[in-house]
Write a protein that binds this ligand. Sequence first.
Ligand code: ADP
Ligand code: MG
Length: 278
Amino acid sequence: MTADTLEALADVEAATVEIHDVHKWYGTHRVLNGIDLTVRPGEVTVILGPSGSGKSTLLRVINHLEKPEIGYVSINGELIGVKRQGDRRETGVPPAEGWGRLKELSERAILTQRARIGFVFQNFNLFPHLTVLDNVAAAPVATGKLGKPEALELARELLDRVGLADKTGAYPRQLSGGQQQRVAIARALALRPGVILFDEPTSALDPELVGEVLAVIKDLATSGTTLVIVTHEIGFAREIADRVVFIDGGKIVEQGPPSEVLDKPRHERTRDFLSKVL
Ligand code: ADP
Ligand code: MG
């Protein structure tokens, strides 16, 4: 690893993510119903909730893959998403034309922000036609962050970190699900993100492959990266989360350290959910 690449790696600054009063509708279906959440630098936040409660939508709003009708998300104090003037949310109907002016971010600003956020999906989403090494090196080159040789060097380093140094020349289809997900994590790390979002990263895996992926996420958690993880792995949440957030019906029902939310839940809905997944 050259001094330059090492310097580029050291450049990562753990991000603060602030989610302020986010409301999201699909048509007339209200999916997020006033989410307020702050994730501090280096903190690991685990999001729990029943299917359909809005967990994926929340991650997609943070990454600007979805736009909230009300509310905003900021990364390190910089807005991502929209901030609506005025306050009409009590009516409970979707915002219509003329409700107020939206502060739209330019496409360029969105791309800049998104490059600071890593996203790891349930189904890996690797590029099937690229080798493992090129999957990891692609984004830093495409975004102009690194030249090709430096990006390849960084990719080798990251693949070594996730235990796949011997798979650089393989194609995704030649790997197990657990290995593919570890490549996806290395790929997310290649942009040196300030925060990484995980959407059920082990849900698509055979049970015997879950552990190797959780071990890599745990390594990130202990190295000070800001992480937001949607998972049903309660034992894992207890082990690594600084904070557990339980969402139901697009609202945060309760949040706190695992010792409170998981071991002494205050709300019936949380107890009910935990009794089903534990
Ligand atoms: P979760 O990840 O907690 O299972 P989601 O955020 O995926 O929940 O979905 C929340 C709700 O929004 C669900 O009722 C889902 O059917 C609905 N939904 C999600 N995405 C869309 C979409 N693109 N269009 C319409 N409805 C959607
Ligand atoms: Mg989901």
